[in-house]
Design a protein around this ligand. Sequence first.
Ligand SMILES: [Zn+2]
Length: 409
Amino acid sequence: MHNGEAIVAACDQLAAISADEGQLTRCYLTPEHARANAQLARWMQDAGMQTWQDAAGNQWGRLEGSDPSLAALVLGSHSDSVINAGRFDGPLGVLLAIGVAARLNAAGQRPKRSVDVVAFADEEGTRFGTALLGSRAVAGTWDPAWWEIVGRDGVTLRQAFLDFGLDPERVHEAARAPESMAGYLEAHIEQGPVLEAERRSLGVVTAIAGARRFSITIGGEAGHAGTTPLTLRRDALCGAAEAVVAIETLARAAGIVATVGSLETFPGAVNVIPGEVRMSLDIRAERDEDRDRTLAAIRETCDRIGETRGLVWRWHETHAAPAVACSPKLVEALSTSIETAIGSDNVPVMRLASGAGHDGMAMAAVCDIGMLFVRCDRGISHHPDESVQARDVDDALNAMSTAVAALVD
Ligand SMILES: [Zn+2]
């Protein structure tokens, strides 16, 4: 893991550990998860670390510091994937963390603080539909209600623990005391096109956006497409169309993102006026107050559209997560290390929010978090075409090693 090329090659090697031949799918508590942990443990040991698997199936490695009274700096990302995934979402951050530890170890001088590397076993939530199970176990925010969740393969989370050789009664042992951690640092592919457009190999994350999601039903009145004059209609789809454009306009004006990703019309026939529309809304921002203010404006606009067109709107919130700010100290440490270790094209250092969720959201409950984004090809992720350049990974390794060396000394 001594340079970008070696780290990319290791990501390729890890990607071969998959449930499906010819494509990458690696879910929580599966035989592939166990094989990936074993491979990661070997790489951690090669980097001079002691290794263990915790009570939730997360793989850990430790480079022991010279002063055991100091809290450890935790570096990592996740080892699980979506179905038919790319090779870098998760594993790149784990392998960069191992690379940073390997450099510290090779330098021969023991850092004062211990460096702990973690590969969280479930970030994506692919198998059980609930994300961040690995990092929530470590943060001590495991919810006992999860035990009865039935996975996509029909197996409960409790049974999957037993099948994997873990004891559900002992999951609390995976939780780490907040005072044992000085902070959590994660490198991750950007999963968006901003760094590429700005011609930067790296960016420092300021916050992980908080998302709210709604399932919306718009009630109108179905009728004959030939006999009902336009002036006498209550067409739910025409109202939805106005709303979709208004949502885009309002979110753009606020500098945030909002998406209608699903829209269905009922009864859905060529010669019938749409009497009902069901659609989704996903709205995210770096700051919860910006998101909620825009959401209020969207709802007001929808009410107005409803009054004009005789439509009834019903909103059902399906998901809400607050935004999580990165620690100013870690943002500063990463920015300084990019300036001193990389420089040139990356100065002034680009700072950006993460629109996607990450393990840091769970870890923020117990320690400071910081994140480094690495440019990825066309922003593609959750897809086999996911790609990074070895020289960008070199930049990430150099910047992260510099930041970590300063933080553990
Ligand atoms: Zn990820």
